[in-house]
Design a protein around this ligand. Structure first.
Ligand code: MLT
Length: 398
């Protein structure tokens, strides 16, 4: 009989968004005539941009011709995409090395897989509330987590506690689920703390394209010293509508070298490269051609048009909450609006209430951690029509 990884016993029975899908499916089965509006999982609804589609077509055409056909590609990603990402960062004033970029099928896999590189006895700081993948992937490996409290008092932007030594720190800005964004001074403090502790920041910037204020950092590498203490994860899911297309990337600077217990130097870049080339065979060439088009100046301008569309939805949701005097966070540099459940309801109770009485699906804050117990998240990724209708139903309810 196999001995199982019993750490799985420490997980909730289902992943958050599977649980939501399950409850919504049960509701629609029981109420077939009702129109359910889904503002739960952060899944995009606009089609891919014309340039991304053109890039994908070019990829397909290349595969159809023996002169340009591609078999296995480099596990790290094709040079053309790595340099397009490098140039995109440079246009935003951030210098990275194209060779430090690893192309993947999305930030979810990479933020989940990265924990393999670290031993079990690290002090791992993870904010609460947080994207559940960081917590679940560490629990799966039997790792212990120290939670950083995000709450209304700190605007859901926890800062370092100098009394605590950390080895690994997860940060997400703009934040999922709260939509809160760290400013330059705050990220500078985090980088200083990480350097002092010889810690590594695992920085998730999946929502960077939603930042409209040029003073706010869109990458951890906008902060001096970050190359010596941070890995960055990003994704085309929300930037370019690639939730179904799948493409992301992780930047692991070569400066990240630490001393092993036997005194040998170990490079996180070399370890990640070893891990990826062993367990991953690269992102499809066709998808990488689509992604390359996204990172051109024109490609990004088209993505920004879609993002503006979603930002109008966020504004519609924020205006509704303002009219109802419901306190909320996010919704400006982020597609997420995080608000206090009305009438002191608990978040799963509010989920059921909203689904049953308004046929609107959101995400209960409890799914992101204890501090989310009385909060709820709505996404701006729906259509204008559905968002408007959802808000009208919401207004009638409260
Ligand atoms: C979310 O709704 O939090 C995201 O869509 C999840 C993800 O990006 O995996």
């Amino acid at each position: 009989m196999p001995k199982l990884n019993e750490n799985y016993q420490n997980l909730k029975e289902s992943y958050l968004f599977s649980e939501i899908a399950h409850r919504v499916a049960a509701y629609t089965k029981a109420n077939p005539g009702k129109k359910v509006i889904r503002l739960g999982i952060g899944d995009v609804t606009l089609p891919l941009t014309p340039l991304a589609v053109r890039g994908l077509h070019a990829g397909v055409d290349a595969m159809a011709d023996s002169a340009t056909f591609k078999g296995y590609g480099p596990e790290q990603g094709y040079g053309f995409l790595r340099s397009a990402i490098h140039d995109y960062y440079a246009r935003n004033g951030v210098q990275i090395d194209a060779d430090d970029i690893f192309i993947s099928d999305g930030a979810k896999s990479d933020t989940g897989n990265i924990s393999e590189l670290f031993a079990a006895d690290n002090t791992i700081l993870i904010p609460d509330p947080v994207y559940p993948v960081y917590v679940d992937s560490n629990l799966m490996n039997g790792k212990k987590i120290t939670y950083l409290s995000g709450n209304a008092d700190n605007q859901f932007l926890p800062m370092p506690d100098k009394q605590i030594h950390a080895d690994i720190i997860y940060l997400c800005s703009p934040n999922n689920p709260t939509g809160a964004v760290y400013n330059r001074a705050q990220l500078t403090e985090w980088v200083g703390y990480a350097l002092e502790n010889q810690a590594v920041i695992l920085f998730d910037s999946a929502y960077e394209a939603f930042i409209t204020d040029p003073a706010l950092p869109r990458s951890i590498y906008a902060i001096e010293g970050a190359r010596r203490c941070a890995i960055e994860f990003c994704s085309l899911s929300k930037t370019a509508g690639f939730t179904g297309t799948r493409c992301g990337y992780t930047i692991v600077p070569r400066e990240l070298v630490f001393t092993a217990s036997d005194g040998r130097e170990m490079s996180l870049h070399a370890m990640w490269n070893r891990r990826q080339s062993t367990k991953f065979n690269g992102t499809s060439f066709i998808i990488q051609k689509g992604a390359e088009a996204v990172f051109s100046p024109e490609g990004m301008a088209q993505c920004q048009e879609n993002i503006r569309y979603y930002q109008e939805n966020a504004k519609m949701i924020a205006e509704t909450l303002n009219r109802k005097n419901i306190r909320f966070f996010g919704g400006i540099h982020s597609p997420y609006i995080w608000f206090e459940c009305p009438d002191h309801m608990e978040s799963w109770e509010f989920f059921d209430y909203l689904l049953t009485n308004a046929q609107v699906v959101g995400t209960p804050g409890a799914g992101f951690g204890k501090n989310g117990a009385n909060y709820f998240r709505l996404t701006a990724f729906g259509s204008h029509e559905n968002t408007k209708e959802a808000m009208e139903r919401f207004e009638r309810l409260f």
